[in-house]
Design a binder for this molecule. Structure first.
Ligand SMILES: [Zn+2]
Length: 282
């Protein structure tokens, strides 16, 4: 039983952007046997679209991402910048950033909310949750050059960490407050929990059950060339963790615990492990 107290938040650092998407659109009238559809859904930038699979190389390691609507999408809801992909194609990495880049200076995130975004309470509630459970502070942007804009998107998505300049958290109508907390986690530098470099100690990925084109959502972050830290042990309760049935093609699990058992996706709030990870980063 992996009850992780400390979780993980694989922190990221370097570049990135995450976006999320399709959040839950739980249909309350789902048949009882389809339990996985009653759960919160893993985020996706462009639900139902797999775009064009592109491959690159970073430090000798092959990486795969999807090019959808002009965006470079990694792991479903993570948006890569052109600079990152350039790095992935064997060009110079931007800066020498290391692990400290991508963090918001003084743990302060400047933000704006696009006036056209419906249900803005999703954003304000998610921000309030982060502020109540972490050292991160969110301040409405005035003239700062690095900031996040929450806006309407086709799904739920965000960059990983502070990219520099304006960056977005994209929220479709189906993105819940929980999904917004998740996307903000990406913007702060958190990776998906199941992409930790040590995840094979905790889970088995069942590739044969993953929707075609989404296999990359289950790739370790290090395979992209991200520099990160795995804090604590893998946290099955993390808001950054996929559920056993996320991106399943056939109703069978895509991720199980080492003992073969399944687990639920959690998109209610930060876990103790999420808080520990952010505390370690900031
Ligand atoms: Zn995500």
């Amino acid at each position: 039983m992996h009850k992780t107290q400390f979780s993980a938040a694989a922190a990221l650092v370097f570049f990135g952007t995450i976006s999320l998407t399709s959040c839950n659109r739980d249909n309350e009238s789902q048949p009882a046997q389809l339990t996985q559809t009653q759960e919160a859904r893993a985020e996706e930038a462009y639900p139902g679209q797999t775009g064009e699979t592109k491959t690159g190389e970073f430090s000798g390691s092959p990486i795969t991402y999807q090019e959808i609507n002009g965006e470079k999408v990694y792991e479903g809801d993570i948006l890569l910048t052109a600079e990152q992909v350039a790095a992935a194609q064997g060009q110079q990495r931007p800066g020498s950033a290391g692990r400290t880049t991508g963090r918001w200076p003084s743990a302060v995130v400047y933000y704006t909310i696009d006036a056209a975004l419906p249900s803005q309470n999703r954003v304000t509630d998610a921000i309030a949750h982060w502020q109540a459970n972490s050292p991160i502070r969110f301040v409405q942007r005035t003239t700062q050059s690095n900031y996040v804009t929450f806006r309407v998107g086709s799904g739920c998505s965000s960059n990983i960490g502070m990219v520099g300049g304006r960056q977005y958290v994209n929220l479709a109508s189906g993105c819940t407050t929980g999904n917004t907390i998740h996307e903000i986690g990406h913007a702060l530098g958190l990776f998906h929990e199941q992409t930790r470099t040590d995840r094979d100690n905790y889970v088995t990925i069942l590739t044969q059950n993953i929707q075609s084109g989404y296999e990359g959502n289950f790739t370790k972050y290090s395979a992209l060339g991200y520099s990160g830290t795995d804090f604590g042990v893998l946290d099955f309760g993390s808001i950054m963790m996929y559920g056993s049935f996320s991106f399943s093609s056939n109703g069978q699990p895509t991720i199980v615990k080492k003992d073969g058992s399944t687990f639920n996706i959690q998109r209610t709030g930060l876990s103790a492990g999420d808080k520990s990870g952010i505390d370690a980063m900031y």
